[in-house]
Design a protein around this ligand. Structure first.
Ligand code: DC
Length: 218
């Protein structure tokens, strides 16, 4: 198993862009662990499985009807032979992912797949909600990225071409769900560098993260 850098934080905080950039400069892969929840939620929606049917969801979680693939640009999701990476980016899928992420047995069944991303590589950048606390508690470097909810909604609104006010509401609901759930809630891991990106541009964030990573790995 290679070394691990975890990047946790709320929805649309910019974790994926920072992870991709960091992974590129270190020449290691990165994974969005949220893609596992989004992939499962998407597969459930496509198969008309109710988001409350925990038994069927667990079966689907273990099935090979869908899978996650790491690529330098994106964490891809496949539903059968279909690349559904674009579809899982939608807010409806994000909200469904947040709902099913409350079930402990679902979290448990995705855990090994998420951990396996660090096997057979020299290093891994893993981003999500519980990467530094549950998936990789012994990660060499832990980072927590956040920003004001207006700022995050603005970013998502631009990406998806949606109304910012409506997104602020939806995102606050999702953040609340993700941080107050009983299992593996979103929290700042012990020893993590906390970066509030509200007043920072992308280059400044990357520079701060790179400096921290270098100080930890050397
Ligand atoms: O990071 P994201 O927006 O793609 O994540 C979608 C949902 O998946 C998020 O609202 C909660 C859940 N999630 C989780 O519970 N644990 C993770 N490590 C990553 C995501």
């Amino acid at each position: 198993m290679g070394y691990v850098i975890t990047i946790d934080g709320p929805a649309a905080s910019g974790k994926s862009s920072v992870s991709r950039e960091l992974a590129k400069s270190l020449e290691i892969p990165w994974v969005s662990t949220g893609a596992f929840y989004r992939g499962l939620a998407y597969a459930a929606l496509r198969q008309n499985i109710a988001l409350t049917d925990r038994e069927k969801l667990s079966e689907l979680a273990m099935s090979n009807e869908w899978r996650v693939e790491m690529t330098p640009q994106k964490t891809k999701v496949w539903f059968g032979q279909e690349d559904v990476t674009e579809m899982i980016g939608q807010e409806t899928v994000g909200n469904a992912a947040s709902t099913i992420s409350h079930y402990p047995e679902i979290r448990q069944s995705l855990l090994d797949h998420q951990r396996n991303c660090a096997v057979g590589v020299k290093g891994l950048v893993a981003e999500g909600r519980d990467c530094g606390t549950v998936i990789f508690p012994r990660a060499e470097v832990k980072i927590y990225i956040t920003a004001s909810s207006e700022n995050r909604a603005g970013r998502r609104a631009q990406e998806l071409g949606l109304d910012q006010k409506e997104l602020v509401k939806q995102q606050e609901k999702r953040d609340h769900q993700d941080s107050t759930r009983k299992v593996a809630p979103l929290q700042v891991p012990e020893g993590a560098l906390v970066v509030d990106t509200t007043e920072m541009n992308f280059e400044e964030v990357v520079a701060q993260v790179n400096a921290f990573v270098a100080s930890k790995l050397n």
